[in-house]
Design a protein. Structure first.
Lengths: 108, 109
């Protein structure tokens, strides 16, 4: 009885997290500026760890926790690296941001 | 005993999913990068950590790896958020509706 409710809860949480990953990928695709897109990348990584942990519950397989550990370490290093690269070369972000401001002024 | 643990796992999974939804709603609605970072930090700390605890309740032999995952998230999440906020400030992303900005002319590259 209670394991049936547990299964339904796990699958509902799995579906909700998959939808949230879809929205985060949309924000990476149509972001306002470079740092906003990078924030979307970090959110995709974090939600993918959540999906892997839920997948360990769905499949009754403990190996997915190890996969989540590896993905957590790699996502952390990649976000640090991209943030330092963007901060060291501000012309990338400024160009993107100036374009965004131009579009806003044209809209007014 | 296993029934109690499964009941705890159900409650914790529901709370964690709620925190993830709240974090993504904040990421959608908050105006600038600095406040969006505040919202997405909730997904990493509360959402995933609570899901990992629920997994450890279902698989009681996995507490070791789950604790390592929780430590990785608790250390890595704030560091990544701080790096993103520092990059946003150094590239000159403006704040929306800020009353006062003490770091306005400092640390620009």
């Amino acid at each position: 009885m209670i394991s049936t409710i547990l299964n339904i809860t796990i699958q509902a949480a799995f579906a909700i997290h998959a939808l949230l990953i879809g929205y985060a990928i949309y924000r990476v695709w149509r972001g306002k500026d470079t740092i906003g897109r990078l924030l979307g990348v970090e959110l995709v990584g974090t939600l993918t760890i959540a999906v892997l942990v839920l997948l360990a519950l769905v499949q009754q397989n403990r190996l997915f926790i190890d996969v989540a550990l590896g993905l957590g370490a790699l996502g952390f290093i990649s976000v640090i690296g991209f943030a330092k690269y963007t901060a060291d070369q501000p012309q990338i972000a400024e160009h993107q941001f100036a374009e965004h401001q131009l579009i806003e002024q044209g809209g007014d | 005993m296993a029934t109690i643990f499964e009941l705890l796992a159900i409650i914790i999974i529901i709370i964690a999913t709620g925190f993830s939804i709240i974090g993504v709603i904040g990421f959608h609605r908050l105006p600038d990068v600095y406040s969006q970072l505040h919202a997405t930090g909730k997904v990493g700390i509360l959402g995933v950590v609570l899901l990992a605890i629920a997994t450890a309740f279902v698989f009681p032999t996995e507490w070791g790896r789950v604790i390592i995952l929780i430590l990785l998230l608790l250390i890595g999440g704030p560091v990544a958020a701080h790096a993103l906020a520092s990059a946003a400030h150094r590239t000159g992303v403006p704040m929306q509706g800020a009353v006062r900005n003490d770091l306005d002319t400092q640390y620009r590259s």
